[in-house]
Ligand binder design. Structure first.
Ligand code: ADP
Ligand code: ASP
Ligand code: MG
Length: 425
């Protein structure tokens, strides 16, 4: 007997037929004698619809902030998960499974007060462990918790993954199964590169890079939690026959996210590159003809930090004539604000003009094997050059290389890189 947390994403619970299919997945594990808790997302598209409604509302009279009240945002957008948890509990009951829905505040899943992007601070596992003892399948609404102000909070988009892993850690589950619309983690997004290959295993560190560099198959925070609490996490598909024989063997029907050692032990020779991620959620800002003198970087990046704008890639050239260009990237949503911050700081920075583009993509090549192999970046530069793709910025770390390119060339860049590093299926 094992203790399992099963999480189902939006496409898995998109309609009543799919919810019934999910119930059959849950029943399979219950019938096998396991203790099961379930975490659900809202129906596909529901959260977007709710967010759209909030954004369409006029702001409060006299409000100084251009943003809506984040506490009310949470009260509204958390409702999608409330619906699916109740529907799944009913579907399970109709199949003779003892099930009950629970909202975040009832467990409780405690979070900090950052409404809209809250972090889980504490889950007392005893509530759910008691449910296991009663033979009940608890169906928990994902994405939501309760903040110190006693109000509903949400964990940021994609947050149900984090709910599931945090619950798995709190109840000391043997594993956390993340069910989605693909049957595992692939070498790159299988919807963009048809030759993408499913990985049997991927190391926590690699998955963390993949997720934070654009592979939205798991929320970044869920991978962090899985790594810190050593939760055995599998990514697998819900859109298959729940009773298919291979579904009984999780090792064969999904991707395990685990410690590097566990992977090394199963491979003769380590793969240098594990995957390629890309993100169109980037914007490039370039400041032209900046006076090249000490203190300039501080004058540029200080005000951006004060405005809570996350800067990612930074490129600055060595100047010949006392002037330089500084290029950096920010999240797409902060593009206009970042340019405004720089314009405002013009007196302190001393530059000619500031420009930029949101039509850029960050492509990243990821693999723990890079630590011990040289020449990984050089290969990519050659491949991109051969296709006439200009690289606007580069950053590297021990296990990844990222390039910023024109968005129009995303697929033209990702597909050959995928072949070049031997990832094609
Ligand atoms: P859910 O609603 O179940 O949470 P998501 O849409 O958040 O599902 O995540 C699943 C999607 O992630 C897939 O449909 C796939 O297009 C995308 N994806 C991006 N990169 C990868 C990758 N490397 N491996 C698998 N899926 C990926
Ligand atoms: N429903 C939420 C979202 O769409 C949470 C999730 O699906 O994980 O972001
Ligand atoms: Mg998701």
């Amino acid at each position: 007997m094992a203790r399992i947390v099963m999480k189902f994403g939006g496409t898995s619970v998109a309609d009543i037929a799919r919810i019934r299919n999910v119930a059959r997945h849950v029943k399979r594990e219950v019938d096998a004698g396991h203790e099961v808790a379930v975490v659900v997302s809202a129906m596909a598209g529901k959260t977007n619809e709710l967010v759209g409604w909030v954004q369409g509302m006029p702001k409060a009279t006299g409000a100084s902030s251009p943003f809506f009240d984040a506490r009310e945002y949470d009260a509204i957008v958390a409702s999608g998960e409330q619906v699916t948890s109740g529907l799944l509990a009913i579907a399970l009951q109709s199949m003779g499974v003892n099930a009950r829905s629970w909202q975040g505040w009832q467990i409780p899943i405690k979070t900090d007060g950052a409404h809209g992007a809250a972090r889980i601070t504490d889950i007392d596992g005893s509530f759910l462990i008691k449910r296991f003892g009663e033979g009940q399948v608890a169906v928990v609404a994902g994405f939501q918790g309760i903040a110190p102000d006693n109000r509903i909070s949400t964990l940021g988009r994609g947050g149900s993954d984090t709910s599931a892993v945090a619950i798995a850690a709190a109840v000391k589950a043997d594993r956390c199964d993340i069910y989605t619309d693909v049957d595992g983690v692939y070498t790159t997004d299988p919807r963009v590169v048809p030759k993408a290959k499913r990985l049997d295993r991927i190391a926590f560190e690699e998955m963390l890079e993949m997720a934070s560099l654009g592979a939205k198959v798991l929320q970044v925070r869920s991978v962090e939690l899985a790594m810190v609490h050593n939760v055995r996490t599998f990514v697998r598909s819900s859109l298959v026959d729940p009773e298919a024989p291979e579904m009984a063997n999780v090792e064969k029907a999904g991707t395990l996210i685990c410690d590097e050692e566990e992977i090394v032990a199963t491979q003769m020779e380590q793969q240098v590159v594990t995957g390629i991620a890309f993100s169109k959620d980037e914007a490039q800002v370039s400041i032209r003809r900046v006076a090249d003198k000490p203190g300039i970087a501080a004058a540029v990046f200080g005000p951006l930090a004060e405005a809570h704008i996350n800067v990612d890639m930074i490129v600055q050239n060595v100047s010949a004539d006392g002037f330089t260009d500084i290029t950096f990237t920010v999240p797409n949503a902060d593009f206009e604000r970042a340019k405004a911050v720089i314009e405002t700081a013009k007196g302190a920075i001393d530059f000619h003009d500031v420009e930029g583009s949101t039509d850029v993509t960050k492509v990243s090549v990821i693999g723990i094997g890079m630590r011990s192999h040289a020449g990984v970046a050089a290969k990519a530069f050659e491949a991109l050059a051969a296709r006439g793709i200009n690289i606007r910025a580069i950053t590297t770390s021990e296990i990844k290389i990222s390039f910023l390119i024109d968005a129009a060339y995303t697929e033209l860049a990702v597909r050959p890189l995928h072949s070049l590093y031997g990832l094609d299926s």
